[in-house]
Design a protein around this ligand. Sequence first.
Ligand SMILES: Cc1cc2nc3c(=O)[nH]c(=O)nc-3n(C[C@H](O)[C@H](O)[C@H](O)COP(=O)(O)O)c2cc1C
Length: 330
Amino acid sequence: MRFYLAPLEGITGYIYRNALEKYFPGADRYMTPFIVPDRNRALRTKELRDILPENNRVRDLVPQILTNDADRFHEAVQALGEYGYEEVNLNLGCPSGTVVSRRRGAGLLGFPEELDHFLDRIFSENQVRISVKTRLGMEKPEEAFRLMEIYNQYPLSELIIHPRTRQEYYRGAPHFEIFGELQKLAKMPVCYNGNLLTVRDYTSFCAHFPETEAVMLGRGVIANPALFRELSNDASGGQLPGKLTKEELRAFHDEVFFGYREVFGNDSNAVFRMKEMWTYLLHSFADPERQAKKIRKARTKEEYLLAVEGIFAACELQPDGPEFWNLPQK
Ligand SMILES: Cc1cc2nc3c(=O)[nH]c(=O)nc-3n(C[C@H](O)[C@H](O)[C@H](O)COP(=O)(O)O)c2cc1C
C-alpha cells in the first residue's frame, strides 16, 4: 500500500510537511494545498514559497492546481516545471462556495461537457503527468459514473477519489460501495481518500477493498501524526515502532510552531495557525476539554505555550483514537 498525505489548505504547508517527515516519516507522497493561478502570475508569493525545492525536505511532492482555465493551468505547469516538478494534481474536489460558484474544484463536476473540454486541452497541451483528485459529483453520487467515462478517455497518472458529493462536504459516511464500482471501471491507478481516521478504519477499508494500492489520509494524520507509522506497524504484525508518544508529539509540535513563528515573523499569526492544527490534534488526547479552552483563548506566544504545557501535563494520549470525532463539517 502506498500512503499519501492529503492537502489541507492552512495546515499542510511546507513547515508542517517537513516536520511530519522528520518526526513521523511514513508518507510515500505529499501533495501541496491548492495553487490558484491567475492572469497576472502563475504562482503567488505564498504558493511559490510552498513549492520551492529548498523549502521542501520530503521525497515526493506533487503540487496541486485549482483552475478551470486551460491557459492558466498550462502557465502553472510551466512555472512548476522550472522548479523540477514533473507531475501535478488537478483539484476537482474543493466544495467551498466561492470556488464552486466559479465552476472550479467540485464546481466543474456539475458541467461534464466543460470538464471534458478542459481535460482534452490540458492533456494535449502539457507534457507532465497529471493526476486528478475528484468527488463523486455535485449533488448525486451516481453522477460519478458519467464522470468516470470522461476520466477514462484521458491518460490520468492517477485518480484520487473522495467518495462524497460536493453537497455533502465532509458530512456522513463516504459512499464506499460507489468507490468499489468506480475502482472496477477505472482504466488508471486509483487512490482512495476519505475518513480513514484510525488504524481500525484503515483495516476495515483494506478488508473490503483489498485491491487498493494507494490511500490518501488527511484529518486522521493531523489528529495523530504517527498514523502512517501505526498503519505500517499493524501490517507488520507489530514488528515496527508503533504508538504515538508524548515526547515525540511535543517535539513535532514545537518544530511546527517555531517554524511558523520564523516564517510569519509574527507570534499571533503563528498561534492562530496552530489552533487550526489543534482542532484535529485534540482528538489524540483523553478528556482535553478544559485544557482545549485555554488553547482556544490564547493570544500571545506565552499564553499559548502555557496552554500547550497544560494539555501535555494534564491529559493522557488515547492510543486507539477518540470515541467520538468532532470534526468541522465544512
Ligand atoms: C481544512 C481543510 C482544507 C483542505 N484543503 C484541501 C486542498 O487544498 N486541496 C484538496 O484537494 N483537498 C483539500 N481538503 C480535503 C482533504 O484533502 C481531504 O480530501 C479530506 O479531508 C478528506 O480526507 P480525510 O477524511 O482523510 O481527512 C481540505 C480539507 C480540509 C478539512
